[in-house]
Design a protein around this ligand. Structure first.
Ligand code: FUB
Length: 315
């Protein structure tokens, strides 16, 4: 694996087809995948982790896109968006399709959410507003002190109505706001949600008419797990049902961030861990914390609509 990593990391962008069982992608360190089915392919849009030992932290200002049509051979579409101007950072994207366009919501760190647009799933995505779509001071967000305005989770319902979920750092720090049909403006005030041990990574998907809100939990019980709640409405009435994904051992007790998608009739969860950095010999600590890699596993439902806890692939 290490030899493969060295060889493939020389090829840093462009339409390169790679083959790997696990990790699924190793040209660059990637995290926070947002999964989208489009044109018969499965796309993952990922934060791009860059590690600088002189200033350890989440230094992420471009978005990597990879895609596959067989879950085996992945194409690297390179950098499909780069933050510039008002936003110095692009964290944790969420991409949805509507109006024959693709909309990417991204966090300027924890300080606001921007939106970029493309005619193609592989970009280039261009910032749509030249300013944030939502910040802590946007009327109707009602952000308390310490609210992280980030981790957008966009969702387009069957009737075309789109919603933007976001927030972090506190179990009542979840907001959901309607998007207008243009997808680059919001409609009205945000609704507040809360979830047991909510920390970050708000995400909504729909299965058999029910709305599933998934999120990454805080560290109070040892490590971030991916939890879920279910409701008949996209904006209220959610009931906590349990854990979708334990924290993978390769995360070494650190954060996770999921996206759930139906592809060719099966359900999958995309997330990240730190296996690649460990395989590359990165020392435990800052380097591994900030050098993550995306993963993909099958997700299944029980007949009553609850989610079976995911079996994590480890090799
Ligand atoms: O990638 C930076 C942050 O780490 C994301 O915004 C969080 O969800 C966590 O994955």
């Amino acid at each position: 694996l290490i030899l493969s990593v060295v060889c493939v990391m020389i090829l840093t962008s462009g339409a390169i087809t790679v083959f790997a069982d696990y990790p699924i992608f190793y040209q660059r360190y990637t995290a926070d995948p947002s999964a989208l089915e489009a044109n018969g392919r499965l796309y993952l849009y990922c934060s791009h982790d860059v590690y600088d030992s002189s200033r350890p932290g989440y230094i992420m200002n471009d978005i990597t896109c990879i895609s596959t049509d067989d879950l085996k051979n992945w194409t690297d579409h390179g950098e499909v968006f780069k933050a510039s101007g008002w936003a110095g950072l692009s964290w944790a994207p969420s991409v949805v399709a509507k109006n024959n366009k693709y909309y990417m919501y991204y966090g300027n760190g924890g300080g606001g959410i921007g939106v970029a647009v493309s005619d193609s799933p592989t970009g280039p995505f261009k910032d749509a507003l030249g300013k944030a779509l939502v910040t802590n001071s946007t009327p109707g967000v009602d952000a308390p002190s310490g609210f992280w305005c980030f981790d957008p989770g966009a969702f387009v319902d069957d009737n075309g109505q789109a919603y933007l979920f976001f927030g972090g750092n506190g179990q009542s720090n979840i907001r959901v706001v309607k998007l207008n049909n243009d997808m680059i403006s919001i409609n009205g005030s945000a609704s507040k949600l809360s979830a047991p041990r909510f920390f970050e990574a708000a995400h909504l998907h729909k299965y058999k008419g029910k709305y599933y809100f998934t999120y990454s939990s805080d560290f109070s019980q040892g490590a971030a797990t991916i939890e879920y709640m279910v409701s008949d409405s996209p904006t209220s009435g959610f009931q906590h049902k349990g854990t979708v994904l334990a924290n993978p051992p390769q995360n070494e007790g650190n954060n996770n961030h999921q996206s759930i998608v139906s592809y060719k009739g099966n359900w999958y969860i995309a997330y990240h861990n730190r296996a690649l950095a460990a395989a590359n010999g990165a020392p435990a600590g800052d380097a591994r914390t900030y050098q993550r890699n995306v993963c993909l596993d099958r997700m299944e439902y029980n007949t009553d609509g609850t989610i079976k806890k995911v079996t994590i692939t480890t090799n």
